[in-house]
Design a protein around this ligand. Sequence first.
Ligand code: PRX
Length: 658
Amino acid sequence: MTTLTDMTEAHTEVLTSYPPSADFAAAANATAALYDEAEADRLAFWAEQAHRLSWDTPFTEVLDWSQAPFAKWFVGGKLNVAYNCVDRHVEAGNGDRVAIHWEGEPVGDSRVLTYAQLKDEVCKAANALTELGLVAGDRVAIYMPMVPEAIVAMLACARLGVMHSVVFAGFSATALRARIEDAEAKLVITTDGQYRRGNAVSLKEAVDEAVKGQDCVQHVLVVRRTGIDVDWTDGRDLWWHEKVDAASTEHTPEAFDAEQPLFLLYTSGTTGKPKGIIHTSGGYLTQASYTHFNVFDIKTDTDIYWCTADIGWVTGHTYIVYGPLSNGATQVVYEGTPASPDEHRHFQVIEKYGVTIYYTAPTLIRTFMKWGREIAFAHDLSSLRLLGSVGEPINPEAWRWYRLVFGADATPIVDTWWQTETGAAMISPLPGVTDCKPGSAMRPLPGISAKIVDDDGNELQPSSDHGEHLTGYLVLDKPWPSMLRGIWGDPERFKETYWARFAEQGWYFAGDGARYGSDGEVWVLGRIDDVMNIAGHRISTAEVESALVGHAGVAEAAVVGASDDTTGQAICAFVILKAHHAEMSNEQMVDELRAEVAREISPIAKPREIHVVPELPKTRSGKIMRRLLRDVAEGRELGDTSTLVDPTVFEAIRAGKS
Ligand code: PRX
């Protein structure tokens, strides 16, 4: 683990702050009173937020923290998550409201799903899953591109109390296999193929490889998306259009306990083995719904909301599926990449649907910056009234560009800090209340408590505008409704990973370094563990290292995240080759290794650079000094090398790098 002093100061404070316009503030869903209400009685505040949902059986206790860190929220309450996301809007007379404007990657390929239609689809899928023998508590792996059926599949699972484990369709067969195995999924839902930059490529092939020899998987349910040929295993494989379309649209939702597990989502930690983060029903949906309503200021009659995330990540779960749908919002769901068929695509989509709220990641904003503002300015973006950012710190320059080019220098920007583990937004402006400072996520949302502390748990002081900025650990010092309830099959790892660092105080340590600004606002600086953030994707150094050493030619590997102008961080690997591989040229070897990482994890984890080196810098206890490798990767002067066994190793590494 790196120490706080290793952390380079990512931002210099910019004093200009951006208040919301008077009009925006006057019409905003959330006012400053929300902070006061939460402050006055936190648990009563959360009970009130929970009452935004429809409960079958009311809860009798807001929070049971007696088994900390294993929380129970809304004890005794029962509800059905899918009913809350779909049926109740239809019952309220809003069945004709559009739930999803779906835009396929091929231009002209689009679909509209109203809430009534979505309800029918979810019911059919729930009936089909029941016929396949799935019961509450089972796990289903979903490995799909951004098609409406992916959302239907998630909601059908939720309706049945079955846990979904969505695996990003960019992950390799090997990564999918590990996740299916860990969760012991009974069913995999996928598509024949997916569109990637205009080409139809297979997806089912990866599923075939991933489920080979796995006893747990009984069926593979396949949506026909591209029409490409697929291999078929009779008895195991089923077409969605045959199985689901034949099912009834009648399905009575069963109410489940507030703590019924809702989903698993695998994320990278500091070891090579991804963790299955467990989220449950009542608390998760309460916070997803509350934050979506207040942070995105959603007005169901007029807003067209677009979150550009993929359902393979937590942002897609919370701010495409559960948040917007529980609020009865109308949203755009886009299947493809931003540059398909060209760089105008996102702007065309905004223009076509009159998108009012747009939520994306800093890495994409920086890509748009590179493409140039003329592209954005070729389109009418005047419908936009609120912008959002998530996934990594947004640099102030990108923040200002985003507001200027997307938001006509007028829209608020909500920079939302949260994690797979937190389930929903935690630190973020309220758009009608907060004077935003570009680059800061500002302060914890009403009902949420966070602190920045030093090694001993003492809270840091606000930084002065000039001089030294003190960096500390970002901790969550009070439980919150959408908190993770554990790591699948590994309660010890859950305690060790998140609760051990400040065990005495009983705080959750988020893995991020942060500092306070002069007004006490939070500046998140990034991970201080060995987790990298590549274009908003979380990848651990250990995962990439284990993929590299899995290659027969590699003796040792060390991986670091080096800063990158577009993707935030980029992966740099240093490898020592085994002697017998000397016949192959280093270039060939590097190509092979990059392919190996793509095969083992995903193309998104391919190192930007792989350097073949004769030696790695190690401490006397044998620990690789990643901090020094980061210095090398970023071309900096070397930090303190006094603890190295052999300080001359750097000459050799630098030679290998050039
Ligand atoms: O380092 C923080 C960064 O992303 C990490 C969480 O990654 P993940 O679980 O994949 O979830 C991403 C989407 C919620 C955090 O530990 N991060 C996320 N949002 C921000 C951020 N860093 C700074 N500012 C943010 N707004």
